[in-house]
Design a binder for this molecule. Structure first.
Ligand SMILES: Nc1nc2c(ncn2[C@@H]2O[C@H](COP(=O)(O)OP(=O)(O)OP(=O)(O)O)[C@@H](O)[C@H]2O)c(=O)[nH]1
Ligand SMILES: [Mg+2]
Length: 395
């Protein structure tokens, strides 16, 4: 079966800090030149970046391990190590990240379409011995190792953010409608369950506005209990501005479709079942469909049902206008809500938990708070790193 990349397990790590160096200044005519070991560089950060042109997690299927570079070690002559390069993991909008082992929600990127999150900070570099000089210890043989990076196993889940989600029984013409309105070319065929994974398409309204339409696999009675392809795909439209119910007038059960779909949506999430909707009756071109359409309208006088035929291109402009009105109405409602100050705030529980050195174990010891730097003694000559000398350097 075709698998849709909407979940991925990844292992992410930030870089280790470089080690501090123990070295002394060695120069002709300068006896007792003093410590000159540089600090290690910082390890690289692990960063998540939302990229609005990404649509799936397919790129995480081939590469699951992401590691930022370690910082370079310090060297003699007070040369500091290079900072490690950050590792950037690109994610599509609509992702949430959970801890792979506990399932705990780490971050929900919600509706953000851009942004960066420094998720794991790289380890700090260790101090070289030039920091440890004091009046009583002029030749310190102490340097600190770099702090290790962090590693976490994460589960990334994707909820596609569509503006309008199509719901309907199999074969109702959902994919045909997506094909008509957008550049997406989903498979269309006269048998149920042609669509096995959600398809997205972009309906260009004008220069300023695009509407993203989502065609999901057909829903059947009992889908909320796992019948057919189930309803797990409904999560992809759970954040949409509204739904388009598509009813097949050539299906003998056309009169009950709307109610049955509503029951299945309710089984998935009552919130989804309350979303704004447009009801569309498709296949007006088949014989007898007009009478069926009138029957349907008589059954639901409170719904403004749009009759269309994708094949004959009937009524499609009205559907387009209804889509635009629904999306813009939803945006206006959201603006009004945020103006009233009750916009949902995006929680970022981990942002402050990533601060390094929070446990106070590193570089915060009282004797290190005020490092003694050698006085400016006018440039350095050659220095020799003790650690290298011990290994036996070639002459
Ligand atoms: N007569 C007629 N047939 C149509 C119309 N629109 C779609 N169809 C046909 O209905 C069949 C199903 O269309 P799809 O677009 O694949 O339906 P779907 O809702 O995506 O179906 P699933 O993916 O299986 O859920 C295809 O054979 C289409 O050619 C229409 O307006 N009139
Ligand atoms: Mg389809």
């Amino acid at each position: 079966m075709v698998k849709f990349a909407d979940e991925a397990l990844i292992v992410v790590s930030s870089g280790k800090g470089g080690n501090g160096c123990i070295a002394f200044r060695r120069e002709k005519y300068i006896p007792l030149g003093g410590p000159a070991g540089g600090d290690g560089g910082r390890g690289g950060d692990l960063v998540f970046e939302i990229r609005r042109n990404l649509r799936t997690l397919a790129h995480l299927r081939y590469k699951q391990s992401f590691k930022a570079r370690s910082g370079g070690d310090g060297e003699g002559s007070k040369r500091f190590g290079k900072d490690g390069e950050d590792c950037v993991v690109a994610l599509p909008p609509g992702c949430l990240i959970r801890d792979a082992d506990t399932g705990e929600l780490v971050r929900d990127f919600g509706l953000e379409t851009e942004g960066r999150l420094v998720f794991l900070k790289g380890g700090n570099g260790g101090w070289g011995n030039c920091h440890f000089k004091s009046s009583t210890n002029q030749a310190p043989r102490t340097a600190l190792p770099g702090q290790p990076g962090e590693t976490r196993r994460l589960r990334v889940e994707l909820n596609i953010i569509a503006d309008i989600g199509f719901v309907g029984f199999p074969n109702a013409g959902k994919s045909s409608l997506l094909d008509y309105f957008t550049n997406a070319r989903p498979k269309i065929a006269p048998y149920p369950f042609t669509t096995k994974i959600p398809n997205l398409g972009v309906l260009r309204v004008d220069e300023e506005q695009d509407i993203i339409l989502a065609d999901i696999p057909g829903i059947i009675e009992g889908a909320s209990e796992g019948h057919g392809l189930g309803i797990r795909f409904l999560k992809h439209i759970s954040r949409s501005a509204g739904l388009a119910f598509i009813i097949d007038l050539s299906d003998d059960a056309f009169l009950d479709s709307y109610e049955k779909l509503q029951v299945e949506l309710d089984g998935f999430s009552p919130e989804l079942a309350r979303k704004g909707r447009i009801v569309i009756a498709n296949k007006l071109d088949v014989p007898g469909a007009r009478e069926r359409f009138d029957e349907l309208r008589a059954k639901y006088p409170e719904l403004d049902i749009l009759g269309i035929s994708v094949h004959n291109r009937w009524g499609l402009d009205e559907v387009r206008d209804a889509f635009i009105a629904m999306v813009n109405g939803d945006a206006a409602a959201r603006d009004a809500a945020s103006a009233a100050g009750d916009a949902e705030s995006v929680s970022a529980p981990l942002l402050d938990a990533t601060g390094s050195g929070a446990d106070g174990s590193f570089m915060t010891a009282a004797d290190l708070t005020d490092p003694v730097y050698p006085e400016d003694d006018g440039g350095f000559g050659a220095t020799v790193s003790l650690s290298r000398k011990r290994k036996g350097r070639k002459k």
